[in-house]
Design a protein around this ligand. Structure first.
Ligand code: C2E
Ligand code: CA
Ligand code: CA
Ligand code: CA
Length: 282
């Protein structure tokens, strides 16, 4: 049953995290997974325009379909991927797969208006500047404008390496790539970041969205974030939107982009429900 499946998945994840030897095995297995094209699968989650309900973009989230262990959550293997440096290859793999997929959707006529592609980027890329060498040529290869790509970074990623991050992000911006600050409000939230790093988009963390319809503090925080974003000319995406009540509250507060299970769960390309994404009746 669904219940048992979810429970099993959680228990397995907790066990994995505890076992050191297993971490090493997992690292070797991730290295291997990066050499084939079926274990690591990009899942796509819609981002919609809050007023029209129109599809505005997708966030790409990695899923590991392990041949023996089954599905492994990113929260389990991301720390290992970061520590081992494999995250550099993993992120590149995800960006390339997603760009190829987006180009294919345009070619097939699934997408008519321009949508953006949100990709999570580890702070490791700020130490290793090679991202700057391959990213733009790759976008060109698929005929995608640089502005299509919205790279999502977290505040913690910036605290580690402020100077390196500034220099890499500045160059990305110069080339036209958009930058999004992920999980906004959960970290130190130094407002100076918004200015220094030239972000284009803020993503309001699920923690605030969850209570936006009932808790006064959450409403106040979301309202403050939206006012700040408006003053700085930033787009705001609210993530983790699960209910219609939250949708209504966020829309009334003036949040322009929404993302969450209410609209669509992350799904592999072949499982996307295009009729639903385009708001067509079936
Ligand atoms: P994130 O970037 O903050 O992604 C949002 C997480 O919330 C995702 O978890 C997503 O599946 C989940 N989510 C989306 N809508 C809802 C909702 O309505 N309700 C709830 N409860 N959850 C929702 P996921 O896919 O497990 O990813 C976890 C984290 O792993 C991500 O957090 C991101 O930091 C990281 N990650 C995932 N894929 C990649 C990747 O390709 N590269 C890098 N560097 N990090 C990734
Ligand atoms: Ca994200
Ligand atoms: Ca987030
Ligand atoms: Ca997060």
């Amino acid at each position: 049953s669904k219940q048992r499946g979810r429970h099993g998945y959680t228990l397995f994840n907790q066990e994995l995290r505890r076992d050191q030897a297993d971490q090493l095995a997992l690292e070797a297995e991730l290295r291997h997974a990066l050499t084939n094209d079926y274990e690591l699968v990009p899942y796509y989650q819609a981002i919609v325009d809050s007023q029209t309900g129109r599809l505005a973009g997708f966030e790409t989230l990695v899923r590991w379909h392990h041949p023996q262990r089954g599905m492994i959550s990113p929260s389990v293997f991301m720390p290992m991927a970061e520590e081992s440096g494999l995250i550099l290859k993993l992120d590149r793999y995800m960006i390339e797969r997603a760009c190829a997929q987006l180009a294919a959707w345009y070619a097939e006529g699934q997408l008519s208006n321009e949508v953006c592609l949100h990709i999570n980027l580890s702070s490791t890329h700020f130490h290793d500047r090679s991202l700057l060498d391959w990213l733009l040529p790759m976008l060109g290869q698929y005929g995608l404008p640089a502005g299509t790509l919205h790279l999502e970074v977290t505040e913690s990623a910036l605290i580690d390496v402020p100077e390196l991050a500034i220099s890499v992000m500045k160059q990305l911006k110069e080339q036209g790539v958009c930058l999004a600050l992920d999980d906004f409000g959960t970290g130190y939230s130094a407002l100076s970041y918004l200015h220094r790093y030239q972000f284009d988009v803020l993503k309001i963390d699920q923690a605030f969205v969850r209570e936006v319809h009932c808790q006064e503090e959450s409403v106040a925080i979301v309202r403050a974030i939206l006012a700040l974003a408006a003053a700085l000319g930033l787009e705001v995406v609210a993530e983790g939107v699960e209910t219609e009540v939250q949708v209504r509250a966020l829309r009334e507060l003036g949040c322009t982009r929404l993302q969450g299970y209410f609209f669509a769960r992350p799904a592999p390309a072949e499982m996307l429900d295009w009729d639903r994404l385009h708001g067509r009746d079936r």
